[in-house]
Ligand binder design. Sequence first.
Ligand code: HEC
Ligand code: HEC
Length: 160
Amino acid sequence: MLINKKAVATVALTAIVAFVGLTSMAPDEGPKNIKVLPKNITEMQIHGVMREWSMSLGVRCGFCHAANADGKGLDFAADTKPEKEMARHMFKMMNKINAKYFEAKKDSTGMMMHTGINCYTCHRGNSHPEVTLPEMKGPGGPPPGGGTPPPGGPGAPPKQ
Ligand code: HEC
Ligand code: HEC
């Protein structure tokens, strides 16, 4: 199963909302440029997934999808924006982690655990998750575990 079960389940609820504003595609016309989602995914299911990704990253569709040449609407099939390719990369990473560490695990009572990670686990409504711990942003020494001291700390060149 390539696609998040929860995402599919929410499709029925979100598809109608997500469909509003989409003018470029007739309902019976399938997606044209699918590389990581299941090949047989329907238009409705795509919209559910896309809405979940957008909400997880706190962005709109145009964060990953480039505008049409005439400036009207978005060209969803085009691979113009690097953010779209990054999202494919992230989707593959997420599936690998889930398959290796989460899928079909049983707890001590033999119950199946439906756990795993999704885009929101890391992104939390943020397109670019912070990789610096909050307490290291201010002036201070290097992080305890080593690594690069934050810019602006002691030894940093004075701001012009
Ligand atoms: C975080 C990046 C990202 C965001 C945000 C995003 N998309 Fe996508 N979208 C993708 C990627 C990646 C694909 C291609 C998936 C694949 O290759 O399997 C895609 C594919 C699509 C497709 C299929 C296009 C085709 O014909 O191949 C549609 C339609 C679409 N997105 C609509 C939307 C809508 C509507 C929104 C906003 C609600 C949205 N997307 C938000 C990354 C994104
Ligand atoms: C395990 C944590 C994790 C998960 C899960 C995850 N991401 Fe990310 N994502 C990151 C991190 C960390 C970065 C910043 C990478 C960097 O700084 O190079 C990032 C960056 C991105 C970017 C580039 C943002 C930019 O500013 O250009 C996109 C797009 C993205 N993720 C989409 C997704 C989507 C879509 C999913 C779910 C399919 C997802 N991510 C799942 C950790 C994650």
